[in-house]
Ligand binder design. Structure first.
Ligand code: C5P
Length: 240
C-alpha cells in the first residue's frame, strides 16, 4: 500500500459540484474520498456517482443501524454504487453484523463488483463514560471499544472505525488483518478544530491505523492536493 492510499479525505459538504471538483483535484494524492450522511442525504446516489466519476475509491459513511433485514436491504440498495468501504453500527449486534457481511458479499457478486469492506462504528467519539453510563453501559469507553472490536471481527466485519486513542486496544482485541479506520487526525501545526483527541498521521500509522480519515486539514488548505501530498510524505517517513 502506498502512503497516499492510506488517506481518505472527508468531504463534509452538501455541494455536489464542490465535492466532485475537490475529488478531481485530489486524485493521485489520496487513496479515496469519504462521503457521509450530510452529503448523501442531500444528493443521494446521483451525488455519489458524480463524485466517484473522479476515479477515486469512495468510503460511504452512512453508519447503518437497524434490524438485520433492514440493514441488509440498505446494503443491497447502495451496493451497485460500488463503494470501497461502508459503515454499520457494531451496536446492532452480532446477527446484524453477520447479515451485513454476508449481504455485502452476495450483492457485490451479483453486480460483478469487488466485495466492499464492511466497517463497524464502535463508540462515537462524541460519547464519554458518562454518556455510556446514561445508556446502561458501565464499562469505560476503551473497554467497550475493545469488546465491540472483538465482536465485529468474530461477526465477519472487515474492520472498525475508532479514535486514535483506541487503536492499540482495538488492534489487540481484533487481531492483525482487521482494518482500523481512524478519524481525529491532525498533521503537526494544523488547527485542531472541534476534535478532542487527535494524533498526527505518523503517530496513528505507527500505532496501527490502516486508513486515516482526514477532512479539514486537506479541504480547508489553500492547496488541498499539496496538503494531502505533504501528509503522504510524512507517512512515507513513518513507514520507511
Ligand atoms: O475535518 P476532520 O478531519 O475533523 O474530519 C473528520 C471526519 O471524520 C468527519 O467526516 C467526521 O464526521 C468523521 N468522524 C470523526 N470522528 C468519528 C467518526 C467520524 O471525526 N468518531
Amino acid at each position: 500500500m502506498r502512503p497516499s492510499d492510506r488517506i481518505f479525505c472527508a468531504l463534509d459538504t452538501t455541494d455536489t459540484w464542490e465535492a466532485a471538483a475537490l475529488a478531481a483535484r485530489l486524485k493521485g494524492t489520496v487513496g479515496g474520498i469519504k462521503l457521509g450522511l450530510e452529503f448523501y442525504c442531500a444528493n443521494g446516489a446521483d451525488g455519489f456517482r458524480r463524485v466517484a466519476s473522479a476515479g477515486l475509491p469512495i468510503f460511504l459513511d452512512l453508519k447503518f443501524h437497524d434490524i438485520p433485514n433492514t440493514v441488509a436491504g440498505a446494503i443491497r440498495a447502495v451496493a451497485p454504487l460500488g463503494p470501497k468501504l461502508f459503515t454499520i453500527h457494531t451496536q446492532g449486534g452480532p446477527d446484524m453484523m453477520r447479515r451485513a457481511a454476508d449481504t455485502a458479499g452476495e450483492a457485490a457478486e451479483k453486480h460483478g463488483l469487488e466485495k466492499p469492506w464492511v466497517i463497524g462504528v464502535s463508540i462515537l467519539t462524541s460519547m464519554d463514560k458518562s454518556d455510556l453510563a446514561a445508556i446502561g453501559v458501565k464499562d469505560s469507553v476503551s473497554d467497550q471499544v475493545a469488546r465491540l472490536a472483538e465482536l465485529a471481527a468474530k461477526s465477519g466485519l472487515d474492520g472498525l472505525v475508532c479514535s486514535p486513542k483506541e487503536i492499540a486496544r482495538a488492534r489487540a482485541a481484533a487481531g492483525p488483518g482487521f482494518k482500523l479506520i481512524v478519524p481525529g487526525i491532525r498533521p503537526d501545526g494544523s488547527a485542531v478544530g472541534d476534535q478532542k483527541r487527535v494524533m498526527t498521521p505518523k503517530e496513528a500509522v505507527d500505532e496501527g491505523a490502516d486508513i486515516l480519515v482526514i477532512g479539514r486539514p486537506i479541504t480547508q488548505a489553500a492547496d488541498p492536493a499539496a496538503a494531502a501530498a505533504d501528509i503522504a510524505q510524512s507517512l512515507d517517513m513513518a513507514t520507511a
